[in-house]
Design a protein around this ligand. Structure first.
Ligand code: MRU
Length: 347
């Protein structure tokens, strides 16, 4: 699929593609400590919920591999501290704490093993998460196939492809899978202000896959639905609450409202690692506020007057009632989501 890798464990260090400088430069950076990986997540070297989870898993493996601890309680203290640092990088994506907790649980269940063996176990678990992530991406693409009509015209928000997941993608993975199965599609790519993940990253990925698309401004969706015969909207997700309320990139909620007003199906695509059954509704999802310079500047160029008030919420929550279906690796959940998600999650 891609001529680049997003995240790769190489000889005891973690290599990641620097997404801040795409599409103009392809630059790989190396990371050797959980603190460095935390910085990379915070600064958006790596982004997208599943890719953040993957980098956190390898961040934990770095903590284990480079630990100098000679007794086991010290080793565990170091790993718990690394987990806290990594989890603090960004608040909204469920996959981050999911991955950290999974590595810690695996180590805890092997605590009778010597430290050298625990180091191997942490890395093996990160690699298992990586492998399962790819399988989950494939499954979402296959489950969604019947929902994509031949000739589909699709609106997509943010970036949800290989860059955001380290594998095929969530919403974009569905589109890539449909394309690979012979469906002709045209994708309207929301540019996704303020960081322009759509214009910079999604368009770059679609171009490499040879998938026809047009970049549009985020506010074009109403016009497109009235005039361009849109068949469906596909978006990713950063955290899904037990009732189906879904946090995703800012602007997703607006898109869902416009889709509802035009009776256009609105699907959320995400792996089960993004579903957080401990959170009853979207009201409890933490929403990240990012630096205001993302809004006041384009690159280094300031577009607003000096000294004004700005808000920059990075995500919003789409209430479950506006979501037609949630496409996961274990199948498609339909309303009422409390029951369908519980079934999918085996709870
Ligand atoms: O701030 P970002 O770029 O990490 O936000 C990414 C998104 O909102 C994606 O839509 C989301 O992570 C889900 S799909 C992989």
């Amino acid at each position: 699929l891609a001529s680049y890798h997003v995240i790769q464990w190489i000889d005891g260090s973690l290599e990641m593609l620097d997404q801040r400088v795409l599409p103009h430069q392809v630059v790989y950076l190396q990371f050797n400590t959980p603190v460095e990986v935390c910085g990379a997540i915070r600064d958006m070297v790596i982004r997208g919920a599943p890719a953040i989870g993957l980098s956190a898993a390898y961040g934990m493996a770095l903590a284990a591999q480079h630990s100098l601890a000679t007794d086991k309680s010290e080793f565990f203290r170091e790993l718990i501290a690394a987990g806290k640092i990594l989890s603090s990088a960004r608040p909204t994506a469920a996959n981050l704490t999911w991955a950290v907790e999974r590595i810690l649980r695996r180590l805890e269940s092997s605590k009778q093993e010597p430290i050298d063996r625990l180091k191997v176990i942490a890395l093996d678990e990160a690699k298992a998460i990586d492998y399962e992530n790819e399988q989950m991406n494939r499954q979402m693409g296959l489950h969604a196939l019947p929902l994509i009509p031949q000739g589909a015209r699709i609106i997509h928000h943010c970036n949800t492809g290989p860059l955001a997941t380290g594998a095929y993608g969530t919403a974009l993975g569905v589109i890539i899978s449909a394309h690979q199965h012979g469906k002709q599609v045209h994708v309207f790519v929301d540019e996704t202000r303020p960081r322009l993940q759509g214009a910079r990253l999604t368009s770059w990925e679609l171009k490499q896959c040879g998938i026809p698309h047009s970049v549009v401004v985020d506010s074009a969706s109403g016009y497109l639905m009235r005039t361009k015969g849109i068949n469906l909207c596909l978006v990713g997700c950063d955290r899904i609450a037990a009732n189906g309320d879904t946090a995703n990139k800012i602007g997703t909620y607006n898109l869902a409202l416009v889709a509802n007003a035009h009776n256009v199906p609105f699907y959320v695509v995400g792996p089960t690692s993004t579903i957080d059954m401990s959170i009853p509704s979207g009201d409890d999802i933490p929403i990240e506020e990012r630096p205001i310079t993302e809004v006041t500047q384009i690159g280094d160029f300031q577009i607003t007057p000096d000294d004004i008030q700005v808000e920059n919420p990075a995500f919003d929550v789409t209430p479950a009632r506006y979501i037609t279906g949630i496409i996961t690796d274990r199948g498609i959940a339909y309303p009422p989501y409390k029951a369908s998600l519980s079934r999918l999650m085996g709870e």
